[in-house]
Ligand binder design. Structure first.
Ligand code: AMP
Ligand code: ZN
Length: 471
């Protein structure tokens, strides 16, 4: 099977071939931990998770590195205000970030290097750039000399790229006057000794620039040339453009082979952003009663990863129903005990369904199309089951197809196996039973209790109200 993926550098969908056969090095720009992650950030991390899972499904061994930016202007300001060290200030956000990833079923990266732990590697990179004339020192800061790197702008395909201010809104307030040219950017920023974000260097006390972090950490963990570098589209400029410049100027080698960027999550037509104050966290959605699996499903399948997705909380209800439909079908397949019918039509349908799923995924991760194939399988499967035409063989084939799809989608098994999960049908029965009890219609309530028991749900009436568990 071949994998095709859109490369922002060539602006084309390309066939993916790793540098070393069978092995992939993948770097993903991680969170800046000055606050909780918002679900826009999470959409990007989920798209990266999808890519990684798909490559693994293809039999490739993926080493994913995701950095944690634990020093930047916002973090410093907030930590200072709170009277905390960087570490104290960022720790709860780092923990919350990992919790979000776990709740969403994101596969852990091999390593999560933190910027503050890579100062020596960053300083080595700065020195290489100074030694070959790609950088200069000015007033205790070190700047990258863009005029020394003629290929600057090749990712964003803009010759004027260097003249725009930071597309991601990160125009550093302290990298002004001292530069030879406005578009030059800081590799190392002068600081004060003893400041909470200051390290000694050959150029005096200071701290690293944001772009430098990712170059130093990615090359340290994955080598000077590696396969895939991901991020949200706002990272392209200036962040990734600057990463390319400083890495390639230092090594003289191609930095990254495939650049993969995920489009934004919008609210009310504008990008969801911490700085715009229009952001929603996973925690908030869970407080509103939404299942993280529905959030994962919506963020991954609501639109192709290269298209914008307009967030509306109501969309989570449809996602909820979709996830539940898949999980219910999964469980239904598990319960089939009959001997195989002759011939079991579901066997063929499962194979075609998975094939369609795989073809769509191989073509630049078209998950929304892949999922449509899955729902066709579920619809047909339910129809055959209703007609009593599915035996263990067909059920097993359908389960295998669902499991294979779920290695990428990542919601079905997790949801189906979860003990605290009730399908809408089960929930409705429980509610009817409560209503019957409320109306003192014990005959009906007992009948509904038996019906639920038949579905594997044991209901017990306690002083605090009815409790249920899966038998
Ligand atoms: P940050 O924590 O700001 O460094 O962002 C972490 C990641 O989230 C980056 O890859 C950003 O490109 C991405 N990102 C930020 N806002 C959004 C959004 N509204 N939709 C999708 N991705 C986003
Ligand atoms: Zn980065």
């Amino acid at each position: 099977m071949t994998q095709r993926i859109y490369n922002s550098m060539s602006e084309r969908v390309e066939e993916f071939t790793p540098l070393r056969p069978g092995r992939v090095g993948m770097y993903t720009c991680g969170p800046t931990v000055h606050d909780r992650a918002q679900i826009g950030n999470l959409r990007t991390f989920l798209a990266e998770d999808l890519l990684r899972r798909q490559l693994e499904y293809q039999g490739l061994e993926v080493t994913q590195v995701m950095n944690i930016t634990d020093v930047d202007d916002k973090i410093i300001t907030k930590a200072r205000t709170a009277g905390q060290t960087l570490e104290e200030f960022t720790a709860p956000y780092v923990a919350a970030f990992f919790r979000d990833l776990e709740l969403l079923g994101v596969e852990p990266a091999a390593v999560y290097p933190r910027a503050t732990q890579y100062i020596p590697q960053m300083l080595q990179l700065v020195q290489r750039l100074l030694d070959n004339g790609s950088a200069y020192i000015s007033e205790g800061s070190v700047y990258f000399r863009i005029s020394s790197f003629p290929a600057y702008g090749k990712l964003t395909h803009l010759d004027t790229a260097g003249l725009r201010s930071g597309a991601s809104g990160r125009v550093d307030a302290d990298e002004y006057e001292a530069k030879e040219q406005v578009r030059d950017f800081a590799l190392w920023k002068a600081g004060e000794p003893g400041d909470l974000a200051s390290w000694p260097s050959p150029y005096g006390w200071g701290r690293p620039g944001w772009h430098l972090e990712c170059s130093a950490m990615s090359m340290d963990r994955l080598g000077e040339t590696f396969d895939i570098h991901c991020g949200g589209v706002d990272n392209k400029f200036p962040h990734h453009e600057n990463e390319i410049a400083q890495s390639e100027a230092a090594t003289g080698k191609q930095f990254v082979r495939y650049w993969v960027h995920a489009e934004h999550l919008l609210v009310g037509g504008v990008k969801m952003a911490k700085s715009l104050g229009n952001f929603i966290t996973l925690e908030t959605l869970m407080e509103h009663g939404h299942d993280p699996m529905a959030v994962r499903f919506l963020l991954l399948t609501g639109a192709h990863y290269r298209h914008k997705l307009q967030f509306q909380e109501e969309l989570l209800e449809a996602a909820e129903r979709d996830v539940s439909r898949l999980a219910t079908f999964w469980r239904r397949c598990l319960e089939v005990e009959d001997a195989p019918g002759e011939p079991d039509e579901l066997v063929g349908l499962a194979a075609t369904g998975l094939q369609r799923f795989d073809r769509a995924m191989e073509d630049d991760l078209r998950l929304p199309d892949a999922v449509a194939a899955l729902f066709d399988l579920v619809r047909e499967g339910n129809r055959l089951m209703d007609a009593g035409r599915v035996g263990v063989e067909g059920a097993r084939a359908a389960l295998a197809a669902l499991a294979a799809a779920d290695r990428r989608l990542g919601v079905i098994e997790r949801r189906a196996l979860r003990a605290d999960f009730l399908s809408p049908e089960e929930k409705a029965l429980l509610e009817r039973r409560e209503a019957a009890r409320g109306a003192r219609d014990f005959a009906l309530s007992d009948q509904l209790r038996d019906q639920l028991l038949g579905m594997g749900i044991q209901v017990e009436d306690t002083k605090a109200g009815p409790r249920w568990r899966r038998a």
